[in-house]
Design a protein around this ligand. Sequence first.
Ligand SMILES: Nc1ncnc2c1ncn2[C@@H]1O[C@H](COP(=O)(O)OP(=O)(O)OP(=O)(O)O)[C@@H](O)[C@H]1O
Length: 710
Amino acid sequence: MFYFLLSGSLKCSTRAPLRFLNSRLKAVDLSRNKRPSTHWTQVSNARSTASKTSNAIVRLWGQTQRVLRQSTGRASQFPRVTLGFIVGPAALTVTARLFASVAYCQVDLNNNDPVEDKSRESQPEFNWAVLWEFVRPQILALLGAIVLAFGAAFLNIHIPLMLGDLVNVVAHYVREHAGNYIGEVRGPALKLLGLYGLQGLLTSGYIILLSRVGERVAADMRKSLFLSLLRQDVAFFDAHKTGQLVNRLTADIQEFKSSFKLVVSQGLRSVTQTVGCFVSLYIISPKLTGLMVVVMPCLVGTGALIGSFLRRLSRKAQEQVAIATGVADEALGNVRTVRAFAMEDREMQMFSTEVNKSCDLNEALGTGIAVFQGLSNVALNCIVLGTIFAGGHMMAGNEMSPGDLMSFLVASQTVQRSMASISILFGQMVRGISAGARVFEYLSLEPTIPITGGGRIPYHSLIGRVDFMNISFSYPTRPGHQILKNFTLTLPPCKTVAIVGESGGGKSTVASLLERFYDPSSGVVMLDGLDVRTLDPSWLRGKVIGFINQEPVLFSTSVMDNIRFGKPEATDAEVITAAKQANAHRFITAFPDGYNTMVGERGVTLSGGQKQRIAIARALIKNPSILVLDEATSALDAESERVVQEALERATTGRTVLIIAHRLSTIKGADLICVLSNGRIVEAGTHFDLLNKGGLYADLIQRQRTEEQK
Ligand SMILES: Nc1ncnc2c1ncn2[C@@H]1O[C@H](COP(=O)(O)OP(=O)(O)OP(=O)(O)O)[C@@H](O)[C@H]1O
């Protein structure tokens, strides 16, 4: 009867998850054409795991039957104990693999899960070698944590047995009323107390060690990733959103760290406890254990499925909160525009809609959690009740002592908890590996233009002549759109050259090539006759070229630190000299805090002209040989433009200057004006030469005058 029950229940307990798994795989089948190939391989693996698992369960069941038939009653304890060692771990392994497959398919079909982020083209591979590089410095602490976790788990396995001993002593005293109660109970009780204390110590120990390992690994990963991102080509930032990169630095590393800590701590503990307690259960009562093998996976499986549904709901709720935060962030960040258009009510309405959605989702989540907790309480209590009922029956038949029943109850609770956490851990592990893979993907990227390395021209022999020779260029993000075509231009040393032309014609692109933000598709940029690709980019950008653009970006620190950004080793006196050259000293000293005035986020507390002059001081402090002014005054009003223009004129003397001009009035005095059209220079000369010539430049001047008169 027992064998029949075991066989039938084993099949039933695996059928539901298998059926569920099959339905998930069918759903994947339907959408396979839309999925990247790596995904499909993983899904196929899940399918093969499922089929292997079902075969293993059937085989296991056959073996169980055979061995059980050979063992006769309690007299033949040895084969049963041996069987316990085989059946326990094997049953758990196959069940765990089955749930892993189910969990994978859950995750795979979940649109909101990191594994299935639609914004990503393919899921990067997890690189264990890279992980090892981060873990290696922490290996001693990690091994310590593993040993302590094993220790705590082994003590946990002993606790039910010792509890049973204690109950047996109490039961014996109650039956016989012989001797002194305290004297009888003290020994086992003190042993148990010692065990609890030791277990507490080991648990605290491994949690402390593991948290240290996790935090240090995460901190090292963050630093390495940040450095790797800073080193990437400018083209990389054209192709990736800042939010996505920041997300990898924060959310992905956080997810990886949590999974790492959870899998190592709870994974080790749960697996050891499950296997150990299972063996204890089998030794105490093979019959009751058989019943548990049947019931437990069903309950744990159901719990895992509900848990995964709730996690999905929770993620949706979090995303909804993020959307609402985004609306608030945008409105508050652009409050002047909102105010200017009197859009407060509309913004409020948009925010309310998103907040209400997140409120609904969170309420649904709360209800789900409540129902789940209620159901799990009922299920767990039913197991206790069932065990007491069946165990009591066995006690009546002298097959079990009260202590055995107590041990069985406690050990079975430990197994339930451990199995539940194993099934959750599989989902967590999949998410952790995905997050880690995304982080490692960026860690291993090598920029095509390194930030350091290459030669330097001795400062005293630097002339400052620049040649753009036959340059053709397309941005890496738009390879089909050629911006420059056989572009050739020379910037003579200590002369000012201006480039003018239609908006979007490629003027700023020329400046970017000089800074070596990009390399040309063909042709060369030369500095003093040397290909800039052979020169050290950090020297070129840090010492040789000063760059001032239309919208100067300041950092949210003091005026002093912002100017010193151009030359970190500069003294206060050098900063003040640069500020004077940039016409900035007067307004800076008029602030109550002078040079220590904080400029706010991106310099928001300064006017456009003030920001621009601080940016000029920042560029001048490094005393560059070449100055690039990319429409440096186009965003200013007439008065600010005059002050800034004055500063710029002072700054340009004795330097090679490239002006990317929008307002043609500012470049009249340039030594050479070049007109850029269709990716190449079509006219060149002084302001008066070009005006007299009556070509494109004269047209541009005429058009601008007409616009200004309107
Ligand atoms: N990072 C980028 N990635 C892809 N395309 C870009 C990038 N930057 C600019 N472009 C494109 O290259 C072309 C030239 O841009 P560029 O900024 O050099 O023009 P511009 O002459 O300086 O224009 P404006 O006078 O309006 O500032 C434009 O079509 C623009 O859309």
